[in-house]
Design a protein around this ligand. Sequence first.
Ligand code: BGC
Length: 466
Amino acid sequence: MEPAGTRQAVKNIADPSKRKKVEDILNSCVLDDATIKKIMDVFEDQVRLANTLDPEKRKQSNLLWECTYVQHLLTGQENGEYIGLDLGGTNFRVVRVIMKNGEATTTTKYYNLAEDLLSGPCQNIFDHIAESLEAFLREENITSTACIPVGFTFSFPSDQKSLKHSVLVTWTKSFKCPDGPGQDACVMLEEAIARRKEMPVKLDVMARISDTTGALMAGNYADKKCRIGVILGTGSNAAFVERIENYNKFDGKDPETKQIIVNTEWGAFGDNGCCDFYRNEFEKEVDQYSNHVNSFTFEKSFSGMFLGELVRLVLVKLVKGGCLFKGKSSPELMKRWEFPTSYVTSIEDDTDTSENTWKILKAVKLADDATEEDVALIRETCAIVSEKGAKIVAAVLAVLLQHINLPEVTIAFDGSLYEKHPKYSLHIGNLLAKLVPTTKTTMIMVKDGSGQGAAFVAAVEYQPSG
Ligand code: BGC
């Protein structure tokens, strides 16, 4: 990334001492090429540790490098009706997929997740899921007499024991139900379904996956070259298709197995301090005031739950240094977590008139004090912080691409940050082309792929129990 001093908004600052202060603050958000290379090397080291044969050594890595037990991609021969359930973002989704000779017809519905559910007993969340599922089955008139296979996207770090069974390691994002860690998501789901006496159809919950695996499956449905699924939403993570001979954590005995989907859980990269060399004071502060301190360090540098707060902290520092609004702030700007990522995406989407930036300045009650120079500096701050985030993501994605080592790879993205940020995909794509020139990389968006992919996993892995 170019040093902050080369940016137009910074160059235009007339007062040299103010310009110097701005440069110092913004430069801490700039990633140079050497740091990007170091992120790749450190990530590779963590991958090596996570994938060693020795389970004790694996503990030295922050990466779960989880075996998903998903061994098949869609072949185009699938038939039948499948349900995907998707818990992990800001709302809960139910997806119905009907497959006819590999062609999918998909219906998705969203269900609100009240905030108090996220910190109460798990049973409340799972009862809500079962209730929403029942409502969906009735609204969609699903009356099949056959048992419907269900794939469950449960997007939290879990120790996966089999395709179906997993143990929640820790909550992330906004979830913090105290009785969650240690529990099995599919068991909690089955118990909640059993508590509803009037389910209109029989359901067979057969897989727990991560949203990354879902995005990968949905991406692979759209494009057979898809080998990586990435979530850039509230949190972040990636899964990829690994050759079985390169993976040491699969205890399946099937000699036919050629490949396995690995869920990296890269959000936890850096929890042991190995990323501290690139983390600035703003990233450290975001962590200190987050729901899960010292946990899931990596995603706090860029994902949707944190990007707005990162920008806000930089703006506050600029104000305190007298570089914005003549040093005067507003209570609105000073409130933690009250500068959502949607502000950043909207400012990044601005045109020459800076209309969106002015609207946001009104929302934080600073429009009356702002000058054109302030507006330009706010826009530059959003641009620099966003660019750093996107480049961090590209650095670790580059390692996965090198690992996959194919001439052409498609990466499927799902999540609100990727969808709504006007420049993230551009930054990621440009850096990937530079870092991995031997792979022609295509990036696609698979909206709601995380839930649809759960139904696809059900379609490829379902084996009726009787
Ligand atoms: C979770 C991952 C998930 C990601 C994206 C992270 O906080 O740990 O399991 O895939 O968010 O939703």
